[in-house]
Ligand binder design. Structure first.
Ligand SMILES: [Zn+2]
Length: 486
């Protein structure tokens, strides 16, 4: 895929905005592991029982966490020994020396390529290479021998959810969080995305300051976000590259009780009072099928809207809805509630094509669907791109913006992979359709009118430059650029 000319063209193509991604899934696992190893006396690892054989690597639950580097290392904190005391945390500094197993990527699982985002083993000891590959497999959906099966959507979700716990143990450390957010901007700018809105889960109150002890208040998260984004863009400007502006959709998870939701909506209002230009939406995220229905939260969400009027703030709901294979069940019905709650856009809306009347409402009310085809494929909602319901939405005139959801886990960094997949799976989807996805993403973003005008101007000029580049590069070839040109 990455060797073809379609890839080269799509990678260089201006893609507008990324409207659906989760902050803790935006940067590569390889980057995260390097960051953890830079702080290898602060980032610690623990297991529920000792890891004594390769089978234990995916059978035993492990966690990562930043902790002060005060303690001297004792054998009872060696995860890989019979003497391991499961209350103990082992610094990565020791784990990288003592990891006793070979890399889980050493034997290739039949039918799967390793992908390109794998930490290089070069320059590492055998134990460190084994450790970093194992951590990589815990942070991603890369299939490995011994990992739990992912044939159904619930099985895929089980693995998917476990990755966030591991990643959370690394980015919850203030210095890593700051450089992580910078990297998030750079990764997307490199893929010619000029603006992104990321869901940030404020559910965990376990992020820690530089001393690895003091909790980091939510207000500080947003300040760090602002500083990191500004620094990344200053760097891009200095290099003469296109910038990537970023804003936050405040998110919490659908396991919080409806009563507890009030705390989060008030927290969101507090952050929005301090940073009205950054906190631009509210969402409830998580595995939609087993978690609480939107209707359970309706009274609190209506109260939240009222509180915004009182406070003179505008934080629309931008809800995940219909990420399900269900037909007429409670999760499928979340689509009705999301539209009745006036959700500005719909995240996934995978089951929307089953509801002609709701598609009509999306068209008439101009509600955009944030479609994440690769995510839907990897989380086993659909077997391959050609079976994905995206063309049904597009052909019914529903506005659609393509999104990557969680590229760390899925390996679909930027938007090039999703654009490429969609283009390759459909003979009706060519440049005009891809340009429409990009323009829709800018139109349905939460940019202010003046920001949007500026972004549209940049997009149009970048698009013209890109077309000129294509003509110059491929125009003289007899058959011109075609999708079959791979
Ligand atoms: Zn999502």
């Amino acid at each position: 895929m990455r060797k073809g000319r379609l890839w080269e063209m799509i990678q260089k193509m201006p893609k507008g905005s990324l409207l659906h991604c989760h902050m803790d899934g935006t940067v590569s696992a390889t980057w995260l592991i390097d960051a953890a190893l830079r702080y290898d006396s602060v980032i610690h690892i623990r297991a529920e029982s000792p890891l004594l054989a390769p089978e234990d690597l995916y059978r035993v639950q492990v966690s990562l966490k930043p902790m002060p580097a005060f303690k001297s290392y004792s054998p009872s904190s060696n995860l890989f020994s019979h003497d391991y005391d499961t209350d103990e945390w082992m610094p990565l500094k020791e784990a990288r020396k003592l990891f006793p197993f070979k890399s889980p990527y050493a034997s290739r699982l039949e039918g799967f390529e390793k992908g390109t985002d794998i930490p290089s083993a070069e320059g590492r000891s055998r134990s460190e290479a084994g450790l970093v590959h194992w951590l990589h497999s815990l942070m991603t959906m890369t299939p490995v021998v011994g990992s739990k099966p992912m044939e159904s959507s619930p099985e895929a979700w089980a693995r998917f959810e476990s990755t966030f716990a591991i990643i959370g143990g690394v980015i919850s450390y203030e210095p890593i969080l700051a450089s992580y957010l910078k990297e998030m901007v750079l990764v997307h700018a490199r893929d010619n995305i000029q603006y992104l809105e990321t869901r940030l889960n404020f559910v965990e109150e376990t992020y820690l300051s530089t001393d690895a002890v003091t909790p980091l208040p939510h207000l500080r998260w947003v300040e760090i976000f602002r500083t990191s984004v500004d620094e990344a863009n200053a760097e891009l400007r200095a290099e003469g590259k296109g910038e990537c502006q970023c804003k936050i959709i405040y998110a919490t998870v659908r396991f919080v009780t409806p009563e507890r939701l009030r705390w989060y909506t008030e927290d969101c209002l507090q952050l929005a009072r301090a940073h009205p230009d950054l906190i631009i939406g509210f969402d409830l995220v998580g595995h939609e099928d087993p978690l609480l229905r939107l209707r359970e939260y309706v009274p609190e969400l209506l109260r939240f809207k009222q509180r915004q009027v009182e406070e003179g703030l505008d934080i629309p709901l931008i809800l995940h809805a219909g990420e399900t294979l269900g037909d007429g069940n409670g999760t499928d019905e979340n689509l009705y509630d999301a539209l009745l709650l006036d959700s500005k856009r719909l995240g996934h809306a995978y089951s929307l094509p089953k509801h002609p009347e709701l598609m009509k409402m999306c068209r008439e009310r101009n509600v955009c669907v944030e479609s994440c085809p690769i995510s839907n494929e990897i989380l086993r909602y659909v077997g391959n791109m050609a079976s994905h319901p995206l063309p049904i939405l597009v052909n019914h005139g529903v506005p659609v913006a393509l999104s990557n959801d969680d590229p760390c886990q899925f390996g679909n960094f930027g938007l090039s992979h999703d654009f490429w997949q969609v283009c390759n799976a459909s003979d009706a989807t060519g440049l005009a359709a891809l340009k429409t996805f990009a323009l829709t993403s800018l139109e349905h973003s939460r940019l202010t009118p003046s920001e949007r005008a500026r972004h549209m101007e940049r997009f149009n000029s970048d698009w013209e430059n890109w077309l000129t580049w294509i003509v110059k590069t491929y125009g003289e070839e007899r058959n011109g650029p075609t999708k079959q040109g791979n």
